[in-house]
Design a protein around this ligand. Structure first.
Ligand SMILES: [Zn+2]
Ligand SMILES: [Zn+2]
Length: 487
C-alpha cells in the first residue's frame, strides 16, 4: 500500500512511502535522506548515524496498541544536552498518523489533530492549563527545547541535524497526553493528542531485524570493571551503577559517566529481589539515596513487567509506596500552601531541594550524582502528595505507607531485618526545623542556623534590591529531569 515509490537517487535501492503524511525517508542501504517532491525523489545528503538507545520497538515493527493496528514507519532521534532519545513515527491502518514514545516504562501514543489557537511557546509555563479544544483542558508538565540529531525510515519532515525543536508535553483527564510541537519556533504549532498507557498495552507482533544490537538483553557488562551484571529491566534502563565497582555508566553507549564512592550502607531489599505486591510481579532493579539539607532517605526502583516502574521509599518514619499521578488530576488552586487530589486537601509539610547522593543498579533516566530537584510534600493523614520540579519539568506522585511486614512477606525477607529499623523520627513540619534522630543531627542543625544567619546578613547588606529568592532558579537544574519525571 505504497503512496509513492521510486529509487534512491544515491544508491538505486527501492524507496517506498507507505504513509501519506511522510515527507522524507532515510534510505536503509546508504543512509541518505530522500525527500519526495511532486515530480521525483530528491537526495538531501547523508544523515548522521543513530546513537544506540534502549528500546522495545524498531522501525517496520507492526503491532497493536489497545487493539488498534499500527506500523512503526520511522523514528527521529533528539537530544537536549543529556543524551539521545527516540520518538517513533507511527501509522494507523485507517491512514491517521502520530508518535509513539516511551518513558518510565509507559508508552505515550499521540495522533496529529487540527490545533485550536494555542499559546506561544514563550508564554507557556509548567502547570499552566491549556485548552486543547475538543480534547479538553490539559496541564503543561514539561516545556523544552530538543535538537534533532538523526533519523530512520519515513518521517513527516526533513531531518536536518542540529535543527532545534521546541515542544511542550501536557497531561489531560483520564490518562490523556498531548504534545504541542512548536518546530523551530517560527512556524505555527502542531498538536498531537493521545494517551499515556502502561507497557503491556502495546503488543509488538512482527519484529523487524534490530538496527542495533539488543541492549543489555541478558547481562550488562560494566565498561569500568568488566563485571557482568544481570539485566533486570532490559531495553528500558539508561544507566547502570555497577554493584562491583560503583561506576555509573551509559548502558547503550557502554561508556563510564562518572565514578562514585563505595556505598555506606547496603540496601534493605537487595537488587534483583523479586516478589508480588497487590497481584503485580516486581523486580527491584535500582536503588537511589537522596538527601535534602536536613534529611537523607532511600528509594527503591521496582520494575513490574507489563506495568512499568514504581518507587518504594524508606524515609525516617515509614516505608512509602509511590504512585505517579497525572498532573491533570492534581488541584493546584491553593498552591503553594496546599494541593488537592480526589477531593482531598493536602497541606504543605516541607519544601526542600532533594539531591541524589548515591545510586546502584539500573535506572531508567540519565541519572547523575548531585542532580537536584525542588521537592514539595503535602500531607493528609499518612498520605503524602509530592511535587518534584527540575527546570521546566514537573512530576506529581502520591505515597501511602506500606508496612515492612507486608514488604518482607512479598519479597521473602526477614520481617525483623534491617528494613524493620526506621529511625523513628517524624519528618519536620514546614519551617519547624527539628526532628531527626541520627547522630549527626546537631551538626546539621548548627549548619542550618549558620546558613540562616548568613542569609540574614546578606539580605541586610543588599537592602531593598534583594528579592530574597534568587530568581526562578530554572537554570541551575539539569535537563535530565527528576527521577519521578517522565515524558
Ligand atoms: Zn540509498
Ligand atoms: Zn563495574
Amino acid at each position: 500500500m505504497a503512496v509513492a515509490q521510486g529509487s534512491c537517487p544515491q544508491c538505486g535501492a527501492p524507496i517506498t512511502f507507505g504513509v501519506g503524511a511522510s515527507v522524507s525517508q532515510v534510505c536503509k542501504y546508504c543512509r541518505h535522506e530522500v525527500v519526495r517532491t511532486d515530480r521525483d525523489l530528491k537526495n538531501m545528503g547523508r544523515v548522521a548515524d543513530l546513537a544506540p538507545v534502549p528500546s522495545l520497538v524498531a522501525v517496520d515493527d507492526t503491532g497493536t496498541i489497545d487493539g488498534q493496528r499500527i506500523r512503526i514507519a520511522g523514528r527521529v532521534q533528539l537530544d537536549h544536552g543529556a543524551g539521545p532519545w527516540d520518538e517513533w513515527y507511527i501509522a494507523f491502518q485507517d491512514g491517521r498518523w502520530g508518535w509513539l514514545a516511551s518513558a518510565q516504562g509507559n508508552w505515550y501514543v499521540t495522533l496529529a489533530v487540527a490545533p485550536p489557537a494555542l499559546p506561544p511557546y514563550e508564554h507557556l509555563h509548567v502547570e499552566q492549563q491549556v485548552s486543547l479544544g475538543a480534547s479538553g483542558t490539559f496541564v503543561v508538565a514539561e516545556k523544552k527545547r530538543g535538537t534533532v540529531t538523526s533519523g530512520e525510515g519515513e518521517l513527516p519532515f526533513e531531518v536536518r541535524a542540529g535543527q532545534p525543536r521546541y515542544y511542550a508535553d501536557l497531561h489531560g483527564p483520564n490518562g490523556g497526553f498531548a504534545t504541542i510541537d512548536y518546530g523551530e519556533g517560527n512556524t505555527p504549532p502542531t498538536l498531537f493528542v493521545g494517551m499515556q498507557r502502561p507497557e503491556g498495552a502495546l503488543k509488538v507482533e512482527a519484529r523487524s531485524e534490530r538496527p542495533v544490537t539488543e541492549i543489555g538483553a541478558q547481562a550488562i557488562t560494566c565498561p569500568n570493571c568488566g563485571g557482568n551484571v544481570p539485566a533486570l529491566a532490559p531495553q528500558r534502563s539508561e544507566r547502570l551503577a555497577c554493584p562491583y565497582c560503583n561506576a555509573v555508566s551509559e548502558i547503550a553507549a557502554r561508556r563510564v559517566v562518572e565514578q562514585q564512592q563505595a556505598a555506606r550502607m547496603s540496601p534493605d531489599i537487595p537488587l534483583g529481589t523479586r516478589g508480588a505486591l497487590d497481584g503485580q510481579e516486581y523486580v527491584v532493579c535500582g536503588y537511589v539515596e537522596r538527601a535534602s539539607d536536613e534529611f537523607a532517605w532511600q528509594e527503591y526502583l521496582l520494575f513490574g513487567p507489563g506495568l512499568g516502574f514504581r518507587w518504594l521509599v524508606k524515609d525516617e518514619a515509614s516505608w512509602m509506596w509511590v504512585t505517579p499521578l497525572s498532573i491533570a488530576d492534581v488541584d493546584m488552586s491553593s498552591m503553594p500552601r496546599a494541593a488537592g487530589y480526589r477531593g482531598q486537601r493536602y497541606t504543605l509539610r516541607n519544601q526542600n531541594p532533594a539531591r541524589v547522593t548515591y545510586v546502584l543498579g539500573e535506572l531508567y533516566w540519565k541519572v547523575q550524582i548531585g542532580e537536584t530537584v525542588d521537592a514539595m510534600d503535602f500531607t493528609h493523614g499518612g498520605a503524602v502528595l509530592s511535587r518534584e520540579r527540575a527546570g521546566d519539568e514537573v512530576a506529581w506522585s502520591i505515597s501511602t505507607p506500606k508496612p515492612w511486614s507486608e514488604l518482607a512477606a512479598a519479597f521473602k525477607l526477614d520481617p525483623s531485618g534491617s528494613g524493620a529499623q526506621l529511625q523513628g523520627a517524624a519528618m519536620p513540619t514546614f519551617g519547624g526545623g527539628g526532628g531527626g534522630g541520627g547522630g549527626d543531627t546537631s551538626a546539621t542543625t548548627i549548619g542550618v542556623i549558620v546558613a540562616i544567619i548568613v542569609l540574614i546578613i546578606v539580605c541586610a547588606a543588599c537592602s531593598g534590591s534583594c528579592s530574597g529568592g534568587g530568581g526562578t532558579g530554572t537554570s541551575s537544574w539539569g535537563s535530565s529531569g527528576s527521577s519521578r519525571g517522565g515524558k
